[in-house]
Design a protein around this ligand. Structure first.
Ligand SMILES: Cc1ncc(COP(=O)(O)O)c(C=O)c1O
Length: 402
């Protein structure tokens, strides 16, 4: 490619940030768009939309092994996560737990900012939060979890799959420990649902968060699973929507789109996972063979099929992102919410890699439309991009000479 010419190719390897709408989701949402009734209205306009919303609730609940009544539609994965943590400390919730003493929360150092920022806010309000470490692959240590739970612990929140490095936690083993101590358990499954099998009964969780736009559904819609009988109080108060658990007129189009997206996941997820694993293997091997001084981050096997996080010595992640963008390739330097900040990724730092290496890391996340041809194009462009950036790095030149 000659200087200053921007490639006409467009390759999207940033599916963990968001995904395009599935064509079937577009079709369904377009069809139902004229149905404008308020699902709380008793007349036919309202009843028609209510029926569509309840169909979506059925689709979402059955996909994760829940009952329809256990699903609360919310505005995003962030809202689902905020709800669980924030309501936990509210006096009426503590009262329902019948234990004023169980006020402490345990989470991990690699959670999404919507968990970590909420935790910071709760600390300011007097809640004690403990943060579990992770190993170099991003896995928590079950023994550390066991020893961190005390008689004061009321809630443990551990994400199922990490958005930056793709590492998948053993949620079933974690829930067994948490359960044995009589503590409530939440998992942020925003990056997991629709990519790996998730069954709330098998995992034995009390709360689970998911989001529409990570699975080819619309943005601004999420769902929170709350196990039957588990104490709950709403974060957003007002009307009686969602059986009094989340006030506000429902995002009906978003809910219906989410239901359809989940239905498509049911049909496509398994085959897609196998295909993405193959593509990732090609990508990984190619990077390894063509580019020196790299390190892959995340768990080698317990990892989302389409996620590959890699560090390049002597190259800034932001520079890599921008040069790849000129070649028409979209990747990310970390979670979309964290980009724009110059701090190195908290996830990578938690895995123990030095800040300098964390700065030189990018995430490639493949999805349902990714092809072998795209992977080959990326492998074709990648080495020269890294070479160009490294040629401008005096630190890298010095290191190579030594
Ligand atoms: C693991 C994880 N949790 C929560 C969220 C937030 O979801 P939403 O964008 O729907 O608020 C994200 C989004 O990046 C995520 O990756």
């Amino acid at each position: 490619m000659s200087k200053n010419v921007v490639s006409q190719r467009r390759i999207y390897f940033d599916h963990n940030a968001t995904t395009p709408l599935h064509p079937e989701v577009i079709k369904t949402m377009t069809e139902v768009m004229p149905a404008f009734g308020n699902p709380s209205s008793l007349h036919s306009f309202g009843r028609k939309v209510r029926q569509l919303v309840e169909e979506a609730r059925q689709q979402v609940s059955s996909f994760i092994g829940a009952n329809p009544d256990d699903i609360i539609f919310v505005g995003s994965g962030s809202e689902a996560n905020n709800t669980v943590l924030s309501i936990f400390t509210c006096p009426s919730m503590q009262c329902m737990l019948q234990s004023q003493a169980r006020t402490e929360i345990i989470t991990t150092k690699i959670e999404h900012p919507c968990i970590l920022e909420t935790c910071k806010c709760l600390v300011d309000r007097g809640t004690t939060i403990s943060y579990l470490d992770v190993d170099r692959y991003g896995k928590i240590d079950i023994e550390q979890l066991k020893s961190t739970i005390t008689a004061k612990t009321g809630l443990v929140s551990v994400m199922m799959a990490n958005n930056e490095i793709g590492t998948i936690q053993d949620i079933k083993a974690i829930s067994q420990v948490v359960r044995s101590k009589g503590v409530l358990f939440h998992t942020d499954a925003v990056q997991a649902v629709g990519k790996v099998p998730v069954d709330v009964k098998d995992l034995d969780v009390d709360f689970l968060s998911l989001s529409g736009h990570k699975i080819y559904g619309p943005k601004g819609i999420g769902a929170l699973y709350v196990k039957k009988g588990v104490p709950f109080c709403p974060l957003i108060r007002g009307g009686h929507q969602e059986k009094g658990r989340r006030a506000g007129t429902e995002n009906t189009l978003g809910i219906i789109g989410l239901g359809k997206a989940i239905e498509m996941r049911r049909l496509e997820m398994k085959a897609e996972e196998a295909r993405l694993l193959e593509l990732k293997a090609v990508l990984k091997k190619g990077i390894q063979e063509k580019i020196p001084d790299i390190q892959f981050n995340g768990h080698p096997t317990d990892c989302l099929a389409g996620t590959l996080n890699v560090s390049f010595q002597g190259a800034e992640g932001e520079a890599i992102l921008l040069y790849l963008d000129l070649e028409g390739i979209a990747v990310s330097t970390g979670s979309a919410c964290a980009s724009g900040s110059l701090d190195p990724s908290h996830v990578l730092l938690a895995t123990g890699i030095p800040a300098e290496q964390a700065h030189g890391s990018i995430r490639l996340s493949l999805g349902r439309a990714s092809t072998k041809e795209e992977v080959e194009y990326v492998l074709d462009k990648f080495p020269s991009v890294i070479k160009k950036i490294r040629s401008m790095s005096t630190a890298y030149a010095k290191r190579s000479k030594s």
